[in-house]
Write a protein that binds this ligand. Structure first.
Ligand SMILES: [Cu+2]
Length: 142
């Protein structure tokens, strides 16, 4: 019994640092296939901040694109526009969805064909030091 407790205790010690590092959990990453002739793609992903402090997405990069920006779609004076963001804040304990009509990753200057069926790696870096390497499948729609 003592040995079992000791084993469990050691396992907790080993598990803790990994949990502390993974404060943002990403789900449902995908890239919307662009219409013919358009060479900009929007990337979407849902980000859940499981920590008790706000965390900001501050840098996005991918070997598949020369240029990646964070954007937000807004309507100004009845016109749909996109505004570049320097960061996207995820409040403590909250989920922020990058989704059509809102925040998105703007992917430009592709280094490879981007069409439905392929997947590309994208790395998200946060101001808490965490970084997430995700695989984004390209889809015709969600
Ligand atoms: Cu955009």
């Amino acid at each position: 019994m003592r040995i079992l407790i000791r084993a469990l205790f050691l396992q907790c010690l080993l598990t803790l640092p990994a949990m502390a590092a993974g404060q943002v959990v990403a789900s449902n990453p995908w890239i919307r296939e662009a219409p013919p002739g358009v060479s900009m793609w929007a990337g979407f992903v849902s980000l859940k901040n499981t920590s008790d402090k706000p965390v900001a997405l501050v840098e996005v990069s991918s070997p598949a694109f020369r240029m990646v920006e964070m954007h937000r779609s807004v309507v100004e004076n009845g016109m749909a526009r996109m505004r570049q963001q320097t960061s996207i804040v995820i409040p403590a304990g909250q989920r922020v969805a990058l989704e059509p009509g809102g925040y998105h990753l703007m992917l430009m200057q592709a280094r490879q064909p981007i069409r439905a069926g392929v997947s590309v790696p994208i790395t998200l870096a946060f101001d808490n030091g965490q970084s997430l390497q995700l695989t984004f499948p390209v889809r015709r729609d969600h």
